[in-house]
Design a protein around this ligand. Structure first.
Ligand SMILES: [Zn+2]
Length: 201
């Protein structure tokens, strides 16, 4: 369930920028397509849930993506809002945060970062919100896929991905571990992360 689609001129459209489907359809009466498989996409906002795009059937692109839960959308949206706020406060016009950012060279068929902090329009730090089961080996591999492209990664783990082994790996690899807790709607440690990102630039 992506938050991004393309309009008929191939420009990215973000559901988060619109209050509801009526406003979105008024602005884009020609409809939307998937940036990866070019199939038609539609927008929906289930009751009290996150406004997103969806395929009529399934995305046929080979680029690595997974079925996403509402909580994953909420995680992406919360992180996006928070990062955007921080970037605006930093007044560093060279930094931007983009949602669902494709890195075509990463891994076997490319990867889509949940969020990407770009510096001078270049991918800089991928922000991954991982809630589904994942092994340390996969976390490691995906981290390396980005690093080989010169892109850093910050993982936020929650739900099933929040295991003792994964926490330990993140502490060892990054010296820090960021946990998403939906019950409290708190994303731990976000301030330190954002400060660290801005210090680098
Ligand atoms: Zn698709």
């Amino acid at each position: 369930m992506p938050l991004k689609a393309l309009d008929s001129s191939q420009n990215a459209v973000y559901s988060l920028a619109y209050a509801n489907t009526i406003e979105l359809k008024e602005r884009h009466p020609e409809g939307f397509t998937c940036p990866y498989c070019q199939q038609k996409m539609f927008a929906r906002k289930p009751n009290k849930k996150i406004f997103h795009f969806y395929h009529a059937s399934q995305c046929t692109s080979k680029i690595e993506h997974h079925p996403e839960s509402m909580e994953h959308l909420l995680g992406k949206q919360t992180l996006y809002d928070e990062l955007n706020k921080q970037i605006q406060n930093s007044k560093n016009s060279e930094l931007k945060v983009e949602i669902e950012y494709p890195v075509k060279e990463a891994g076997e068929h490319g990867r889509i970062a949940d969020l990407m902090i770009t510096h001078k329009e270049q991918p800089h730090i991928a922000i991954e919100c991982q809630l589904a089961n994942i092994t340390v080996e996969l976390l490691k591999k995906r981290t390396q896929d980005y690093e080989k492209q010169g892109i850093g990664v910050i993982w936020f783990i929650g739900k099933k991905a929040d295991t003792h082994e994964n926490r330990q790996f993140l502490y060892e690899e990054f010296g820090d571990c960021h946990i998403i807790k939906f019950e409290e709607r708190i994303i731990n440690n976000n301030e330190t992360i954002f400060e660290a990102i801005f210090k680098d630039n």
